[in-house]
Design a binder for this molecule. Sequence first.
Ligand code: BGP
Length: 460
Amino acid sequence: VEYRFPEGFWWGSATSATQIEGAAFEGGKGWNIWDYWYSREPDRFFEGVGPETTSDFYHQYKEDIRRMKETGHNTFRFSISWSRLIPDGDGAVNEEAATFYTSVIDELLDQGIEPFVNLFHFDMPMEMQKIGGWENRYVTDAYTVFAEECFRRFGDRVSKWFTFNEPIVPVEGGYLYDFHYPNVVDFKRAAQVAYHTIIAHAKAVQVFRSFSIPKGKIGIILNLTPSYPRSSNPADLRASRIADLFFNRSFLDPTVKGEFPQELLEILEEHGQLPETKEGDSSLILANTADILGVNYYQPRRVKAKEHLPNPYGPFMMDWFFDMYEMPGRKMNPYRGWEIYEKGIYDIMINLKENYGNIESFVSENGMGVQNEERFMENGQIQDDYRIDFIKGHLKWLHQAIQEGCNAKGYHLWSFMDNWSWMNAYKNRYGFFAVDLETKERTAKKSAGWFRETAERNGF
Ligand code: BGP
C-alpha cells in the first residue's frame, strides 16, 4: 500500500528555545525559571544536567538548518525565548537576540523551509515569575507586549505563529504535580494560571490581527491525550469524560470554540475552584480563537471510575473523579515507558472535524524517546528502525483521517536533534540527529534518511 499525502504537506520537526539553544547566559539573555531553578536545585535534574549549553543551536543554527534541508524539511518549528528577547520579561528589548532570531528566520527562508514560530514553551522569564508568573494578570500584558514585538519584527517573514506550546504542562508541572518551578501544589492557583494563559493567548491573537500580516495565521499547540474509558459502564464513561474535560477541553474549547465547557465550569464552581475573571473576558476569548491548531500527541489516557472515594476533606484534585489504569495488552515504548497507540492520532483528528469546525491542524509533535540510544549504534549510525516504524504507524492513521476529510496539513517529529528535556535532561533521545554532549557533534540516525525520502516522495 502507498500512503501519499496531499500536495504541500508540511514535513518537518519541532524544537523549543530552552531545549536547543544553550547560551543560557550569553548574548544578553535574562534568566528564565529553568536557569533559576537549576541554579538552586541541580539535583532535581536527571544526572544533574541543566539547560546551560544543551545542543548549542545558538552557535550552530546555520549548519543545523542545512541539515534540516538535507532531511527533507519544508517547515520547522522553534520558539523565541521571551527572556532572550526581553531579558526582564518587560522593558527593553535585547537587540542581540533580535539579530539572532532574524538570522535564524532568514537562514530557514534561504533554504526554502517555512518557519513556524512559537512564543512560549515553558520558559517564563524569572523576573516575571518573581511577581507571580501567570498567577499575576499583569504578566498577560507583559506577554502581549513581547508577542507584539515579535510580530512587528518578524511578521513580514513569518506567517505561522503559535501563542503557546502545551499550556497545560506548566499548570500541571508548576502548580499541581511538582515537576516545574515554582513547585506549588494547589488546584485553585493552578486554575488561575490556566485561565490567565488563555487570556494571554486571546490578547496575543487580538494584537496579531491588528497587524494584518499577509497570509498570517495564529494558533496554539496543545498536547491532546484522548481519554478512553475502561468499559462502557456509566461510571467509567463519566470518569473518562471528566478526564477529557480537565486535560483536553479545558484549553481546546476556549482557544478553538471561544468558550469553556459548561460541565467543567459546573464542577469547578461546585468545589469552589473557579478562577478570578474580569468583565469582558468572555468576549475577549470568544473573539480571539485560533486559526490553526498544532496537535502534540504521544500517548492516550486510559481511564476508569474511582474505586475508592477521595477524602472529601483533602485538597481538591482532578483525580477525585477518575483513576488511570494500564490497559492489558497495550503496546509500549520499551525505551521510554509510554504507551504507543497510533490510532489516537486519527481519533483526535476526527474529533476536531466533528466537534471543532474541522479547524486547520497538523501534528506538531509526535516522537519516540529512547534511553541509552547508543546501544543501537552500528557502523557509526544509530539504527533507529523502531522510530521509523513509530512514525509510519502514526502517519498511516493521519493519512486515514485526511482521506475522511480531516483538515490536517502536516507532520512534525519531536525532535530535530537530541535535546535537553526539562527535568529529564538528556535521558530520552528523540532526534533525527544524535548529539554528542561533549563535542556537540551531530550524527544522522537512520530515520533522518528515511524521513528525507518520505518527504521527497510525499509519502511512503
Ligand atoms: C513534550 C514537550 C517537549 C519534550 C517532550 C519529551 O511534552 O512538549 O518539550 O520535552 O515532551 O519529553 P520527555 O523528555 O520527558 O520524554
